[in-house]
Design a protein around this ligand. Sequence first.
Ligand code: MD3
Ligand code: FE
Length: 218
Amino acid sequence: MHNKPQADKNFMKNIVLDKFSNHSIILRGFAVNLDDQLLVGINNVAGKSNFRHMKTPNGSFMSAAMTNCGEYGWISDKSGYRYEKIDPQNNKPWPHMPLIFKTLARDAADIVGYTNFESDACLINRYSPKTSMSLHQDKDERDFSQPIVSVSLGLTVMFMFGGLTRNEKPITKELYHGDVLVWGGPDRLRFHGVRPLKKARHPLVGAVRLNLTLRRAN
Ligand code: MD3
Ligand code: FE
């Protein structure tokens, strides 16, 4: 078969891929040109469902501030972790997912080979200096064959990428403003987390890091 590059919609798009595991790929800077629109979306969502520090089942609080948009939102409280259609803080449905979030996730997943990714949940994490996220697995979703797409905005962070058991030593990678990470398949249940954020200032986003995690919850 001959290659027909002009038939490939990614032809000449210059997408920079950092493939650090078989099913985990960073699309470097893929969202940079959308940063303003993404921030508008985040601010609109947070104006309806505020960022908050959720309680964990063991009685402490999540170090990252969180909110959600889409049909389902991820929550943590004294009875555990789960997805809910209603924001427990205002008893209203979570704000609609901005179309730009959904489209970006779908396009990124598509490039990596997960076609027709339809996210129904977007968790928004906000990290201030010293905020971290300890090693965990994302396993509150119904179908682990669906990938996850994460979008980083603002300050740079070191993320940890571990194995399928907690004791496997994680590798680390930096995530920069505009990077989009897609992972699925056998990497879907890997332990992961982020190192404490270093104090700095991003020209557009300010003194924080924002992360969108787009998932198919149900
Ligand atoms: C998945 N968020 O919300 S996303 C979460 O940056 C969460 O806010 C982090 O984990 C954040 O559940 C990380 C990026 C990420 C990085 C490495 C992974 C996800 C990963 C490795 C394996 C699986
Ligand atoms: Fe996670």
